[in-house]
Design a protein around this ligand. Structure first.
Ligand code: CA
Length: 218
């Protein structure tokens, strides 16, 4: 059986140097977010690049994300959308998304983004009535105990062939540690085992950053 490469700090620095194309705006947002106590909620640079590339590969025009925080993922994806593309951002924090808004404006992508400040399940339920089966891509990166609910709601919103990305599915390694039994770990474990046998999707769990599941709606 093939062995997963251990990403040491040295190797990760190499990835950032040669596997990632940085730019001043992303750099600035990372630096600003790094000052926040919750900075670990930001996705990693190479993950942002991967998500942007995936959006380009799929020709994504309509996307949604659950959990926007200070906007790194939305900035990455919105820049990869065409001029008439649209990204709905769900979050509950006015403060964090105020940072995101500033960077969307600086990047000139604010016009593509529709921020919904409300519990995401409410936003998703409303969208189900107006926008069912119409999204090309979705990113789930919010409260882990609601992941299963987000998964079901997002599946309704994706078009057949649309893709959802689920973040933190390896949960710092706790996912495979039998001693870890906190609510978030249990919720992620439950979802991972559910997705593995869900015949409504094709999927792949990538050991990117903290673990990223890609599920394509059949
Ligand atoms: Ca995350």
């Amino acid at each position: 059986m093939g062995k997963q490469l251990q990403v040491t700090e040295r190797l990760y620095n190499y990835i950032l140097e040669f596997g990632f194309r940085d730019d001043p705006l992303l750099q600035e947002l990372r630096a600003e977010t790094a000052k926040l106590p919750a900075s670990m909620m930001q996705i990693s640079p190479e993950q942002g690049q991967f998500m942007a590339l995936l959006a380009q590969l799929m020709g994504v025009k309509k996307a949604i994300e659950i959990g926007t925080f200070t906007g790194y993922s939305s900035l990455s994806v919105a820049r990869a959308l065409p001029a008439d593309g649209r990204l709905i951002c769900c979050d509950v924090s006015e403060d964090y998304t105020a940072v995101a808004r500033r960077y969307w404006a600086k990047a000139g992508v604010a016009g593509k983004i529709d921020l919904r400040l409300a519990p995401a399940l409410e936003t998703l339920a409303a969208l189900k009535k107006t926008d069912a089966a119409s999204f090309d891509m979705a990113f789930i990166d919010a409260d882990k105990t609601n992941y299963q609910n987000y998964y079901e709601a997002v599946l309704d919103l994706l078009r057949p062939g649309g893709v959802m990305l689920i973040d933190n599915v390896l949960w710092g390694g706790d996912i495979a540690d039998p001693a870890a039994k906190d609510a978030e770990t249990l919720a992620l474990r439950k979802l991972n085992s559910f997705v593995a046998t869900d015949s409504r999707v094709d999927f792949c769990l990538l050991p990117v950053a903290d673990g990223l599941t890609i599920a394509r709606k059949r």
